[in-house]
Design a protein around this ligand. Structure first.
Ligand code: BGC
Length: 397
């Protein structure tokens, strides 16, 4: 007789995630920095110092480890590492290596993202991922990161949310008319094909650095839920925005599942959430069950590839809602494990309040900081989630 599990499995990743541009501050060589200062209307405020984690990463890691987390996902910044084409900064590579060593010293296993939305300005000038030499240029960058990732890094993510990159490219080509009231803009097919090719080349480049590194990428999952009768419409809507990127992960060592809310689809396409639902600071429907759907859908599409929840959370100024959301979300993770899904970890978005791509207002963090002194304060939700890292017991146990 088999017993239903009551604990997260041995080795389960338990942590929180961040991205360089959103917390480091002063990422001046990046395309985003340029956008932030170009007067583009949808950007409400520039990232400036962000959480100053470029200097304060030790404090961040100290806190995460003290709270009970065992894993920390952070990204390294291509725009710093290769500020000019083919010119690599040894100082920045050493900086990120210190972060990897610093994590390990504190008992945090580092998961390193190589690309989280930002690129060097020179790469954007060439056309970004649809540039003729994109595969070669990204591969050259990956090879250069060897001093950072060659030792002590078990998990590497090549590219964060390639599907959102394709969607943003599609929106840009359509004249940046903004996001539709429900659902996402049509992804740019050329970007989709290019970024999948870049990912496959990057996986090989990481393996060439160290074949023991587990390589994957992380896909934004919108939890498209079909109304009765709209199943075909839903599948057709979802495929270019999600499934094509999940399919591209077949054969990888793991796939990252990133889930926040849901989108319902009717016969005419995506439907706005009803007016009376609770919404978070990003105006997304408060829907903690999302991650369960996201995990099951990803498993159904990708097949035999381990799943890691690499992002999940809400933007709220009321930390008790975050706690409630986490409880709902973890009940879904637990149910997935009980049903035999191969889930290898849960990393919350985000470790810190951060720069939410245009504004600091949507606060996703487990940890807040003072914008002048940068002093960090763990929120009650951080204590709760970190505490589970110590016991590894299911919250319902
Ligand atoms: C991204 C993060 C972002 C979060 C909340 C994901 O799309 O990877 O960078 O802050 O969702 O919007």
């Amino acid at each position: 007789m088999t017993h239903a599990p009551t604990r997260f499995p041995e080795g389960f990743l338990w942590g929180a995630s961040t991205a360089a541009h959103q917390i480091e501050g002063n990422n001046v060589n990046s395309d985003w920095w340029r956008k932030e200062h170009s007067g583009t209307s949808h950007i409400q405020e520039p990232s400036l110092d962000a959480a100053d984690s470029y200097h304060r990463w030790r404090e961040d890691m100290d806190l995460l480890a003290e709270l009970g987390f065992t894993d920390y996902r952070f990204s390294i910044e291509w725009a710093r590492i290769e500020p000019a084409p083919g010119r690599f900064s040894h100082a920045e590579l050493a900086h990120y290596r210190r972060m990897v060593d610093g994590a390990i010293e504190r008992g945090l296993r580092p998961m390193v993202t190589l690309h989280h939305f930002t690129v060097p300005q020179w790469f954007e000038n060439l056309g970004g991922f649809t540039a003729d030499r994109a595969v070669e240029l990204f591969t050259r960058y990956v090879e250069a990161t060897a001093p950072v990732i060659a030792e002590g890094v078990d998990h590497v993510c090549t590219i964060n949310e390639p599907n959102m990159i394709a969607v943003m490219a599609g929106a840009a080509k359509a004249g940046n008319t903004g996001f539709p009231p429900a659902g996402l803009p049509t992804p740019d097919e050329e970007t989709t094909d290019a970024i999948i090719a870049v990912h496959h080349a990057a996986v090989k480049a990481v393996k060439a650095i160290n074949p023991d590194i587990n390589v994957g990428w992380t896909v934004a999952n919108q939890v498209y839920q079909s109304l009765v009768g709209a199943e075909e419409v839903t599948a057709a809507y979802r495929h270019p925005r999600e499934d094509v990127f999940i399919e591209a992960a077949r054969g990888d060592d793991w796939i990252g599942v990133q889930s926040y809310t849901r989108t319902r689809i009717g016969l005419d396409g995506p439907l706005p959430a009803p007016a009376d639902v609770e919404r978070t600071l990003t105006s997304w429907e408060y829907y903690p069950a999302a991650v369960g759907y996201a995990l099951r859908h990803t498993a159904a599409v990708v097949g035999d590839v381990p799943l890691i929840v690499t992002e999940n959370g809400i933007a709220t100024a009321d930390d008790s809602r975050r706690l409630d959301y986490m409880k709902g979300a973890l009940a879904e993770v637990e149910a997935g494990l009980r049903d035999g899904l191969d889930i290898r970890g849960y990393l919350h978005w985000s470790a810190l309040d951060n720069y939410e791509w245009g504004s600091f207002k949507p606060t996703f963090g487990l940890i807040s900081y003072d914008p002048v002194t940068f002093e960090r304060t763990a929120k009650p939700s951080a204590e709760w989630l970190g505490g589970l890292g110590r016991t590894r017991e299911f919250p319902s146990a």
